[in-house]
Write a protein that binds this ligand. Structure first.
Ligand code: LLP
Length: 463
């Protein structure tokens, strides 16, 4: 591995340009356990290891860029969520965050349920042996063919998202001679993201049926009147990467209020409510996520309190964490290709992947951390922007971070907390080959989603 010299880039002692960063960390070699998966550590040589395997060996065997998923951490997080909510609640892993057949098997073994939102996710779930009754089927525009398959397979619940769908699912269920268990997804007028939430005027979106104006009550009326449907509850999902429980509080209050209105009008107490997903994780050291048991307690306290006030039996609660389970369990490993110091600005570090394996920075201005992982370094911190190899200047993986100033082409760097919405939103932009997902556990690494090949690209292009 050659270390080519490069002119000095800006240092923390210099005037720093505008950015999201705080001061450089005291020790660039330290690995903040908040953002790295649980078995990640540095070995005696300073190289990062996961599941007991050093990154240099992983890079040699599986290439870069690649996602490395810490299987024992994934399973531990599943168990933590299941234990926190206990036998009187249900945890549905949101497959959109990342789904593969191995993941489905882990979920099945660890006792979790699964939320799918497309025919493709449903196929993956069923193929890998997730019992259909443990699957919830979501989506604002499920096709008739998808509904047919879900009903035919016997999925545990379909979350109804529109008036048309109420009728479609009822007809299909009747044709199959069953009463399909369903929930109605309501828009509660709350939008929550990270540390903020807004409690009004967010009905302006494609998902769900609005509580406002009595639309949700009307949807319930229709669902209750149709023989093919068994309405088991109401569903609400308020946003992503949420740390502040206040949004859930308002949402739960509004959902419970609807349950009370349903009881008053129809004389039925719906037995379940689903509060969706969206629980935040640490992407950088600045983020402080809550533990599953704190979240479970907060949600169950809110629902119990609201139900007592409305004199309702407390319904069974379900939640749908995706990011909070898989997000922290993986990192993306890249090889540094080129290094360009821009005097007075920052140093651009180009890696062998980019927006095709992590679109979140470009799409949401998401923040990530990064570390030099093939070795340690005592060099001073250098302000960097980690960018990809795509033909687009917005192709940024980590917008502002610090890496050691002796960083060189050939070094391996890793971006932690890329388990959620990175592989699942990966693209073939510039005919990039989507990276593999490698599960690592107890000294063994195995590919669970293989790297795309140029043959794969050409196979789809039928000329
Ligand atoms: N349940 C429902 C109904 C959802 O719509 C979602 C996410 C989840 C559960 C899981 O949310 P999680 O716990 O993973 O935050 N691509 C975006 C996230 C989109 C989330 C859409 N719905 C991102 O990369 O941040």
């Amino acid at each position: 591995m050659s270390r080519s010299a490069h002119p000095a880039g800006p240092r923390h002692a210099d005037v720093l340009p505008e950015g999201h960063y705080s001061a450089p960390p005291a020790d660039l070699n330290a690995l903040d356990e908040k953002v790295w998966s649980r078995t990640v550590t540095r070995d005696a040589d300073g190289a990062l290891t996961v599941g007991g395997i050093a990154v240099a060996r992983l890079a040699e065997e599986f290439g870069t860029p690649a996602y490395f998923l810490d299987e024992s951490d994934f399973r531990a997080r599943c168990r933590a969520w299941a234990d926190a909510f206990g036998p009187d609640a249900d945890v549905f892993y949101a497959g959109k965050a990342f789904l593969s057949r191995a993941v489905v098997r882990w979920l099945t073994e660890e006792g979790l349920n699964l939320d799918v939102c497309s025919g493709g996710e449903l196929t993956t779930a069923l193929d890998a042996g997730m019992p259909a009754e443990r699957i919830a089927f979501h989506g604002n525009n499920k096709t008739v063919a998808e509904i047919e398959r879900a009903v035919g397979a016997g999925v545990g619940r379909i979350v109804l998202d529109s008036f048309q769908e109420i009728v479609r699912v009822a007809h299909i269920a009747q044709r199959h001679g069953i009463r399909q268990r369903v929930q109605i997804r309501v828009t509660v007028g709350v939008e929550a993201h990270t540390h903020e939430f807004i409690a009004t005027a967010h009905e302006d979106q494609k998902f769900g049926i609005a509580l406002a104006g009595g639309q949700a009550a009307e949807a319930v009326r229709r669902a209750l009147s149709l023989d093919g449907l068994d309405l088991i509850g109401v569903h609400s999902h308020i946003g992503s990467q949420i740390f502040d429980m206040a949004g859930f509080e308002v949402s739960a209050r509004r959902v419970v209020q609807l349950l009370a209105e349903i009881r008053d009008e129809h004389g039925v107490e719906l037995p379940e409510i689903d509060l969706g997903g969206g629980l935040g994780i640490a992407y950088t050291s600045d983020d402080d996520p809550r533990e599953p048991h704190e979240i479970a307690k907060a949600l169950s306290d809110i629902v119990t309190r609201e139900c007592e006030a409305a004199k309702l039996r407390t319904p069974r609660i379900s939640v749908e964490p995706g990011r909070a389970i898989v997000g922290p369990t993986a990192f993306t490993l890249y090889e540094v290709g080129t290094i360009k110091p821009l005097e007075g600005l920052r140093t651009y570090v180009s890696v062998d992947g980019g927006m095709s394996d992590n679109i979140r920075t470009a799409l949401y201005d998401a923040e990530y951390s990064v570390a030099l992982v093939s070795r340690t370094s005592d060099a001073e911190p250098m302000l960097v922007r980690v960018v990809g190899k795509h033909c687009e200047s917005g192709d940024i993986v980590v917008k502002d971070a610090f890496l050691p100033a002796d960083l060189a082409p050939g070094d391996l760097i890793a971006v932690p907390a890329t388990g959620a919405y990175c592989r699942s939103m990966a693209s073939n932009y510039n005919h990039a080959l989507r990276p593999p997902v490698v599960a690592v556990r107890d000294g063994e690494a195995r590919v669970i989603v293989r790297r795309e090949t140029e043959e794969d690209l050409l196979r789809l292009d039928v000329g």
